[in-house]
Design a protein around this ligand. Structure first.
Ligand SMILES: Cc1cc2nc3c(=O)[nH]c(=O)nc-3n(C[C@H](O)[C@H](O)[C@H](O)COP(=O)(O)OP(=O)(O)OC[C@H]3O[C@@H](n4cnc5c(N)ncnc54)[C@H](O)[C@@H]3O)c2cc1C
Ligand code: SF4
Length: 528
């Protein structure tokens, strides 16, 4: 029997959207299966009671914006929807450092090798820096902090996948009014707007100024014949017909309806947690892909993410205005405290209160006491003080030890089921996080702020990451990896992983451009 598609792509984030687009451009018949919705600005979650939560236990009942996965000592934030993490991301599109690829990566992957693919991604995502006449208060604070500590030469504006109008500025009358967003049509024929600094980047841009994947790579894939099926959650994959059958549940009307499709090739692009979870189920539960490497799940990294809010008595910071992040202070050379890290300004939408109420307080049960501490700590920031004006969220990523292990275990509340779990020991990564906190405190101190290190770290050594990496790592053999440098799964020709799950080490800065560039390369090298 002929396969129904040439390629099935599972997931539509930086790995999936890029792969699907380039394969469709090559003339292949492509199907994209995505567990989340196809979002439109009018449906973005805004009020309590809106679709904020994607519940991985009951995805047919709650398939909203954010899949907040509470693992042991680590909470992972990821978006569900057509466009994956691009919908929620802070638009930072940056290349990894040359030295990153020296250790832990297959020899074929170097900065020089990735350069042309980085350029393709940058062009498609139309990257630009924040214009000089639109700098945010947080940008100025970062620059001031860096200069006062003698690190002015390490301060840098960042590349953003946002379209700016050079004529917009904070002195306009009613500057955040949507009437100031200019409509334009992108190279993929999609109508977008220009940025009016409304600061909702993490919750979906109302004026489509963010260059998200559902506005470029995905419509371009569809223009070349690709089919996108939202609300299709893949359960497992099995070999069939010289290719693979992909078995999924359609999430519709509060029900799960089983279905399947076949293809000669399958690209798993469900993200670090999603792809690892799916392949663990195929290997260990359904036993349909039993030869997948024993390395599966190993060398997982949180990318050393940490956020330290600081409060300023007499200084207006306005973290709810402007692009979420727009600048960095680069310590990736390891010259401070012997650790590699990258400080950024953070920001949050003025809907954070609604968000927390739904995610942490009401809409989601908190099963463990320690997560109540996280809820309380975050609640204190938004309720006990006025976060909208005087809080600077000092943010950072760093090169952690990348020594976590994802595996399938039984939750105490449902021991008959197997679920994704994380074995994470902070010991080898603690120095990196401490170096970040130390720098956050120095930057806050020198600019007149009072840093507040959350008790989730000081008491519990718990972390929150939006940048999960690894689990299906690239390696040279199945002894040290799950896929080769071309993304192909050892032992399973035609089965690929192309997303953050294949990244074998912490990147130490925002990873989406590297994930997208690797995916461009995987598809470029894939035989027809
Ligand atoms: C708040 C926030 C801000 C961020 N800001 C930045 C930033 O500014 N710059 C940056 O570089 N990175 C940023 N990131 C991280 C970035 O979003 C991720 O690194 C990136 O999206 C990972 O790409 P991916 O392809 O690996 O996975 P994803 O983009 O997560 O895509 C995976 C897709 O697969 C789908 N999926 C999962 N399981 C299944 C299944 N079983 N069946 C079908 N579909 C499935 C998911 O719904 C998702 O759409 C941010 C993340 C968050 C949460
Ligand atoms: S700041 Fe506002 S307008 Fe600009 S990209 Fe972010 S959400 Fe869109």
């Amino acid at each position: 029997m002929a396969n129904s598609f040439d390629v099935i792509v599972i997931g539509s984030g930086f790995g999936g959207a890029v792969s699907a687009c380039r394969l469709a451009e090559k003339g292949m018949k492509v199907l994209i299966l995505e567990r989340g919705r196809r979002w439109d600005p009018k449906d973005y979650p805004r009020k309590p009671g809106d679709a904020w939560v994607f519940d991985s236990d009951e995805p047919h009942k709650q398939n909203g914006w954010l899949d907040l996965r509470v693992l042991d000592d680590m909470t992972v934030a990821q978006c569900a929807g057509v466009g994956g993490g691009s919908l929620i991301y802070a638009n930072i599109i940056v290349e990894a450092k040359k030295e990153l690829f020296d250790n832990g990566w297959p020899a074929e992957i170097t900065l020089d090798e990735l350069k042309p693919y980085y350029e393709k991604v940058g062009k498609m995502l139309n990257v630009q820096k924040i214009p000089d006449n639109q700098l945010t208060e947080r940008y100025r604070l970062m620059k001031e902090g860096a200069e006062k500590l003698g690190y002015g030469d390490r301060f840098t504006p960042l590349d953003l996948a946002v379209t700016f109008d050079p004529n917009w500025n904070y002195d306009l009358e009613d500057p955040f009014n949507e009437k100031h967003s200019k409509t334009w049509t992108n190279d993929q024929g999609q109508e977008q707007g220009t940025c009016i600094h409304i600061g909702k980047c993490d919750l979906g841009c109302d004026v489509k100024a963010k260059n998200t994947l559902d506005l470029n790579y995905i419509p371009w894939a569809e223009k070349h014949g690709a089919e996108v099926r939202p609300l299709h959650l893949v359960n497992y994959i099995e070999p069939e017909n010289g290719g693979y059958r992909v078995i999924f549940d359609r999430l519709d009307g509060g029900k799960r309806t089983r279905g399947s499709e076949t293809a000669g090739k399958v690209i798993v692009a469900a993200g670090s947690l999603g792809s690892t979870d799916l392949l663990l189920h195929c290997r260990d539960k359904y036993k349909t892909l039993p030869r997948i490497s024993r390395f599966l799940g190993n060398s997982w990294s949180s990318n050393g993410d940490f956020l330290t809010p600081a409060f300023y008595d007499d200084r207006k910071i306005s973290p709810t205005h402007g692009p979420t992040i727009s600048s960095a202070i680069d310590f990736l050379d390891g010259s401070v405290d012997g650790e590699q890290f990258f400080i950024e300004d953070g920001g949050f939408p003025d809907l954070l209160g609604n968000f927390l109420e739904e995610i942490i307080g009401g809409g989601r049960k908190i099963k463990k006491a320690k997560y109540k501490i996280l809820a309380k700590a975050l609640g204190e920031i938004v309720r006990g003080r006025d976060p909208l004006d005087n809080c600077m969220p000092w943010f950072a990523q760093g090169v952690d030890a990348a020594d976590g292990r994802l595996y399938l275990g039984r939750p105490w509340y449902a021991p008959w089921r197997k679920k994704l779990k994380l074995d994470w020991d902070i010991e080898r990564s603690e120095k990196c996080i401490d170096a970040i906190i130390n720098m956050h405190k120095r930057l806050a101190g020198v600019t007149g702020g009072k840093p507040w290190v959350p008790p989730t770290w000081t008491l519990l050594k718990n972390l929150v990451t939006p940048h999960p990496l690894g689990g299906c790592n690239m390696g040279t053999t199945e002894a040290n990896g799950v896929v080769n440098h071309k993304g192909e799964v050892f032992g399973y020709p035609g089965l690929y992983v192309a997303d953050g799950a294949i990244i074998p080490e912490a990147v130490g800065l925002n990873p989406s451009k590297t994930i997208a560039a690797l995916s461009e390369r995987i598809v470029d090298l894939m035989p027809d």
